[in-house]
Design a protein around this ligand. Sequence first.
Ligand SMILES: Cc1ncc(C[n+]2csc(CCOP(=O)(O)OP(=O)(O)O)c2C)c(N)n1
Ligand SMILES: [Mg+2]
Length: 450
Amino acid sequence: MAHKKRPDHGSPRKSNQKAHSVSSARKAGPLKPAPRTGSDGSGSSSLRSYNIPDYRLEHPEFRIIMSGEGANLEYRIEGDLSAMPPPIRESQYLSREQCIAIYRWMMLNRRMEVALENLYKQGKVVGGVYFGLGQEGCSCASAYALGPDDWLGPMIRNQGAMLVRGFSARDIMRQYMAKGDSPTWGRDASSHFGDWQRRNVCAPISMLGELIGVMAGVCLGARLQGKNVAALTYVGDGGQSTGVTYESLNFAAVQKLGLVLVVENNLWGYSTPADMQFCVKDLAERAIAYGIPGVIVDGTDPCQVYDATHEACERARRGEGPTLIEAKMMRMKGHAIHDAAQYVPARLLEFWRARDPIGRFENYLVNVKHWLTVKDNHRLIEDVERELEADREAAVASPMPDPETDKMQQGVYCDPSCHQIKPKYGPVVAKPREIGAAKAKEAEAAVHLK
Ligand SMILES: Cc1ncc(C[n+]2csc(CCOP(=O)(O)OP(=O)(O)O)c2C)c(N)n1
Ligand SMILES: [Mg+2]
């Protein structure tokens, strides 16, 4: 990448600097900009432009248009989809070993989801199955950037991130089958589980955007204990439109909390194309409104995803506040296993199939960098398959929850006897503000509305 230290993306740039296509001039209405009357008396224009770095090596220009009505309703593509896929962009930070490790996580992620699909078809899964097909590079490389004290808040497409953070495929399969020894002991299904005690993972929240506030809260809690941590979470191109996304990210921005928000722009929210969901060209532009850095990456390129997340995490740990990373990619399957996604134009799938993150990364490691021989690559894949098969067998053999013993150990609601809640990083160092007795009474009166 072209830079080591990022500029202050969120702040206005001088007009002679080259900027991404974001400018208040772009949608200029009849209003004429007023001349600037600042103390420098320069009278320079009040038009401002902002910097949103875009690390992609290609910039596909197409739109998804809805046409027809009723039974004839369909989505069409307008634009050029004929370009060859771009190469992988060299990472500024990742070593050979780290690239191979991420590649292995991606392979495990993909093959585990194939195994889950088969378990579903065998009638062994309780509920649905969600897939991250085509998004493995984003999930795995972003989670790989977290340090031991950082936190992860995955969503349904981030099973790869959960693997990287220390859950096994066995845990995930047991959970999907609601087994008694699954991470939630059969209380919940799909990828709805976390581990705040050992792995610093908050469970996904179905209500889109809600996890962002929780992760901001994690950062605030850590800060009260004297530590700045990075808390990585995700929201989709659909979910980012929710009100709570704005509230939570704005709160994190104002408090300079170490939130790292990856907006997974996979072009679809259920059957709604991104072009019918928002009007901005790039979702990273939204960062400008929060006053925080925003960056665009190719979500199918693990090196770009890692570098952007790594820099955002470093910023977070320095106490400099949140970052918004837009990862552009494509949801290569339906919303979940029940959705055949017939509404997705075939040309679009073809275009993104050629940009498959695993195929391209494999080619990069084997043929471009020569970091993996063909033989080593086969060995790695066989090893992943072996691990998965052992995990699948163990998960299938696991017992279902036993209702009788379950009555003794409900494990649904927390009570003082089940575990001790204590600060993770040390005693709370932030002191409550000193206020006199009279003021305290006043404040109380204001809080308890009378
Ligand atoms: C607040 C809220 N509204 C609606 C839903 C129902 N819902 C679940 S997933 C989904 C689509 C999400 O699309 P997107 O955010 O783009 O994520 P993707 O599934 O593409 O990863 C919707 C509408 C929900 N869970 N929460
Ligand atoms: Mg989406």
